[in-house]
Design a protein around this ligand. Structure first.
Ligand code: SF4
Length: 184
């Protein structure tokens, strides 16, 4: 399908243009490490404050719902089983489709909402390693860092996004491509 066909607002507002169905194992592979990251973030922040750790989990859930509300409705995968993480279907049950020609702009404007899920636990963990070092915090930080900065990006690159039909239009893939340079 050509890029201009993807960008037809009428087609995208009425009929999903992707019939591919992503297998359940891939949806789970995309989501389980993210849930694991949130749990690790909770455990790290819980070392300084249980209340802050609970607020972190509430924020993490809020950021996912924000993603469903503010990004997915503009995506070509909205309402289809072609979305690698299943958000496209969940989002379509809660929100209405929007004009997909704005997807890149909307994505860039809203993606920052998920960054605290990575960087708040990282900052708290570094603070704890400096101020009250313990083997438990070190182990949590190592697992958190590997999950958040190695495993999740690798799954996106090698599995979830690899065969995506719209990866050339996706700002997330553009960012990853710029990072990996000529490795591809
Ligand atoms: S591919 Fe990304 S933006 Fe599109 S529906 Fe799935 S999670 Fe949402």
């Amino acid at each position: 399908m050509t890029s201009s066909e993807f960008n037809s607002p009428i087609e995208n507002q009425i009929t999903p243009c992707h019939s591919k169905k992503i297998p359940l194992w891939l949806v789970l592979l995309d989501n389980i490490p993210t849930v694991f990251l949130f749990i690790l973030g909770f455990l790290i922040i819980n070392v300084i404050s249980t209340l802050a750790a609970i607020l972190f989990i509430i924020y993490a859930i809020f950021s996912v719902v924000w993603f469903w509300a503010r990004i997915c409705p503009y995506c070509h995968h909205f309402g289809t089983y072609a979305c690698p993480c299943g958000y496209g279907i969940i989002s379509s049950g809660l929100f209405s489709r929007k004009n997909s020609t704005s997807f890149q702009k909307i994505f860039r404007r809203n993606i920052l909402v998920v960054f605290p899920n990575w960087f708040v636990p990282l900052a708290v963990g570094i603070f704890l390693l400096i101020k009250q070092y313990s083997v438990r915090i070190l182990v949590l930080m190592i697992i958190f860092s590997i999950t958040g900065f190695v495993v999740i990006p690798l799954i996106s690159k090698l599995a979830g996004c690899r065969n995506c039909e719209i990866k050339e239009d996706c700002p997330w893939m553009t960012i990853n491509k710029a990072r990996s340079g000529k490795q591809d």
